[in-house]
Write a protein that binds this ligand. Structure first.
Ligand SMILES: CC(C)(COP(=O)(O)OP(=O)(O)OC[C@H]1O[C@@H](n2cnc3c(N)ncnc32)[C@H](O)[C@@H]1OP(=O)(O)O)[C@@H](O)C(=O)NCCC(=O)NCCS
Length: 152
């Protein structure tokens, strides 16, 4: 995998929501539907990042920025493309975009049992800033959310 084969595109409108829903559905069970993404775009400051490898979309992140504070709403890499550094690239390119857009802080919430995602975020400079007990309600039970943040 060559770095020059990796590119990111940023969408401030709903144009890429079918693609986002298709990727999200392979990353989460259940994934967000296209109308979930369209609803997210109903809130100002929402932006979708699509990362492609050799022009093939492989990972997405959805951000929301209010003044200088941004949040990651959701993020995922297609299962066949994981552990190749692609989510790391997605975040690096996202940081660059958000900095250019004058964001100074980036926040997120991650499942306390989601070790791959926590490794990703820690390796990209996020630190834990709090915990919301029983925040996620899965079929199998409740899971705490870890709150994480980093400066941009
Ligand atoms: C979490 C997720 C986005 C990681 O994507 P990825 O493209 O495989 O991540 P990368 O290859 O860029 O890896 C980034 C770091 O996380 C680590 N990591 C990734 N997957 C891992 C795993 N399964 N186990 C342990 N560490 C893992 C890598 O070793 C790497 O660490 P390093 O930078 O110290 O070497 C991906 O597993 C995914 O889409 N999961 C389902 C959706 C999800 O949980 N999203 C996050 C919601 S908050």
């Amino acid at each position: 995998m060559q770095e020059s084969d990796i590119s990111a595109e940023f969408f401030k409108t709903v144009s890429a929501t079918p693609l986002a829903a298709a990727i999200h559905g392979q990353c989460f069970k259940p994934g967000w539907s296209e109308s979930d993404f369209i609803s997210a775009f109903g809130v100002p400051g929402t932006v979708l990042e699509v990362l492609s490898l050799a022009d093939q979309p492989v990972a997405i992140a959805l951000y929301r920025q209010i003044i200088d504070e941004a949040e990651i709403l959701t993020l995922g890499t297609l299962p066949a493309y994981r552990e190749k550094g692609l989510a790391g690239q997605l975040l690096e390119k996202g940081f660059h975009y958000l900095r250019q857009n004058k964001a100074t802080f980036l926040y997120l919430e991650v499942g306390a049992e989601n070790i791959p995602a926590q490794r990703l975020y820690t390796s990209k400079g996020f630190i834990e800033s709090g915990r919301r007990p029983n925040y996620y309600n899965h079929d199998a039970g409740y899971e705490d959310a870890l709150m994480m943040k980093r400066s941009l």
